[in-house]
Design a protein around this ligand. Structure first.
Ligand code: ZN
Length: 216
């Protein structure tokens, strides 16, 4: 099939030649066998995909930024600020992501996945320990919230957050309206605010973990 194409000078033959130069399987003309065009093409595709993966892995090793926004090699799908600030804080990035996705260690989420009998908060017995309860309400994290508000105040955004009536979970989980507002009015402080938010997430998740261990 290849030879036939080559003789007639078809484009597909040119593709094969180009790839054979790039690939060079120990000098073997790996495509010059009795294989159908489809078989060879699928090989080329697999190889191209492999090359692409390798290139991406090398280029973005230093940062999680691209890596976390890649969707099956189709390109960047989303670039929320919680991903690109402090890319070394992978644990907090993951915690935020899981809280946003509703796939996390709250009783509500665990109960949905049949990992927990009840949806109750183990600390205060509120009927649902979901993301909202964890971030906005549960008394266990009261001082962490106070700390976060202090941090927001130090960065000059607390007043705006109150004026805009953002709830704490909207700030901490990077709700779209919060992100837009930050970009418009406090773009220069976003990095510092992000740092405060990730400190908060770190403290809350650690405390939650410790508390859960105590209950067991
Ligand atoms: Zn609670």
């Amino acid at each position: 099939m290849y030879l036939l194409n080559e003789e007639k000078g078809l484009t597909w033959a040119k593709t094969c030649s180009r790839w054979s130069d790039l690939v060079n399987f120990s000098g073997l003309r790996w495509w010059n066998r009795r294989e159908s065009k489809r078989e060879i093409e699928s090989k080329i595709r697999a190889h191209a995909w492999d090359q692409y993966r390798r290139r991406i892995e090398t280029e973005v090793r230093a940062t999680t930024r691209l890596f976390m926004t890649l969707n099956e090699g189709k390109g960047v799908i989303e670039e929320s600020p919680y991903l690109y600030f402090n890319s070394h804080r992978r644990q907090e990035i993951m915690d935020i992501f899981r809280l946003r996705a509703g796939f996390n260690t709250t009783s509500y989420s665990q109960n949905l996945r049949h990992l927990m009998q009840s949806t109750k908060c183990e600390k205060c017995n509120w009927i649902n320990e979901d993301e909202m309860h964890l971030l906005n309400d549960c008394f266990l994290y009261e001082d962490d919230r106070a700390n976060l508000l202090l941090g927001l105040e130090e960065n000059g955004v607390l007043e705006g957050v109150i004026r805009k009536r953002f709830m704490l979970h909207e700030v901490v989980l990077y709700a779209e309206k919060f992100v837009i507002w930050m970009k418009e009015e406090h773009a220069g402080r976003f990095g510092d605010v992000d740092n405060e938010i990730k400190n908060f997430i770190y403290r809350v998740m650690k405390k939650k973990e410790r508390n859960a261990a105590k209950q067991r």
